[in-house]
Design a protein around this ligand. Structure first.
Ligand code: ASP
Length: 333
């Protein structure tokens, strides 16, 4: 008996010390967006273009490194979105757009594709990183969506960082709001004219090295939006969706159309029920968005590390990095 135990022990020791078997390199993919809209080279000064590129690359690098080092999909989504929220360039966190009463009300959501757990926050004004609030709702409540002052208070009590309203202010957004107010229009971000063409929301979709998917989205919504209006970004199935059975998706665009069209969930459902691959499902959903006359785009990743970044606007701030060494950002069509 003793002899057998000893031999088992020895073989275990050998197994532990032997060089690990060569396995396939763990697969990961990260896609990000910083909003879609009238993003044309002639509308951006070289300085602005560099600033956007640098920030997109910074966020992508942070996400890529986290995944490479074994970070989970959910952690990566939160980390990357925080980086984009902290930049005044995008319509999320610092630099969020103003509503019709001159307040910055922000929405965000996050979803874990491995168990469908989800968290979202809507209409918050003082969470430095709304995505942090969304993560807290996901992890510390039995609910999916909390809103307004009370929702914000809950997140702060659970450790979310508070920021004074002045932190979110940027002159550029204020001017944008003043113009929209004068013309009585509701505008999306990255617009150069008076029509509904601007989206500056940020989002991230990830496949991690454990084979799990996650997605998240964060936004200030639309310039001059009605006080209290909630868009698609904090709505699971509209602006964000993740399911290990299909894909992870984050959207940007005219939120009402994404809610009516259940755009994020549609992409996943087309894969789950119709057997489409990621590209086909994204293409078909973009056609649906066109029919609905919604404007914007979406990024998505599947279990195999395939990705898609489609939009029906002039451009979309976007980026992709993966375990195969791909690392690219883009803005224009
Ligand atoms: N989808 C966001 C909203 O409607 C706006 C955006 O993507 O920029 O709130």
């Amino acid at each position: 008996m003793r002899k057998i135990s000893l031999s088992i022990f020895l073989s275990m020791l050998i197994a532990c010390n032997s060089t690990p078997k060569k396995t396939n390199k763990p697969l990961y993919t990260i896609v990000i967006h910083g909003g879609a809209g009238t993003i044309k080279k002639e509308n951006l000064t070289p300085k602005k273009e560099t600033a956007y590129k640098t920030t997109l690359e910074k966020a992508l690098r942070i996400g890529n490194d986290h995944l490479k080092n074994g970070g989970t999909a959910v952690e990566t989504v939160e980390l990357v979105i925080k980086t984009l929220e902290d930049s005044p360039l995008f319509n999320a966190g610092k630099g969020a757009v103003f509503n019709n009463l001159g307040f910055q009300e922000m929405d965000a959501s996050i979803m874990d594709g491995s168990n469908l757990s989800s968290g979202a926050i809507a209409g918050v004004t003082n969470l430095k990183n709304p995505i942090e609030g969304a993560r807290i709702v996901k992890d510390s409540t039995k609910h999916v969506l909390l809103y307004g002052k009370r929702g914000q208070e809950f997140c702060i009590n659970k450790g979310a960082t508070y920021a004074d309203s002045s932190y979110f202010y940027t002159k550029y957004r204020w001017k944008q709001y003043q113009r929209a107010l004068k013309k009585d229009t509701i505008t999306l971000d990255h617009t150069v004219d008076k029509t509904l063409k601007k989206f500056g929301t940020v989002g991230c979709a990830v496949l991690d090295t454990y084979g799990n998917l996650a997605a998240g989205t964060s936004t200030g919504g639309l310039t001059n939006k009605k006080y209290g209006r909630i868009g698609d970004s904090p709505i699971i199935g509209a602006g964000t969706y993740a399911n290990n059975a299909s894909c992870a998706v984050s959207c940007t665009g005219t939120g009402e159309f994404f809610i009516r069209g259940t755009i994020a969930r549609d992409i996943a459902a087309l894969m789950e029920f119709k057997g489409l691959n990621l590209q086909e499902a994204n293409k078909e959903t973009l056609e649906k968005l066109n029919i609905l006359k919604g404007r914007g785009g979406f990024i998505a990743v599947d279990k195999k590390g395939n990705y898609s970044m489609l939009f029906n606007t002039r451009g979309m701030f976007r980026g992709i990095a993966n375990s195969k060494g791909q690392f690219t950002t883009a803005m224009y069509k």
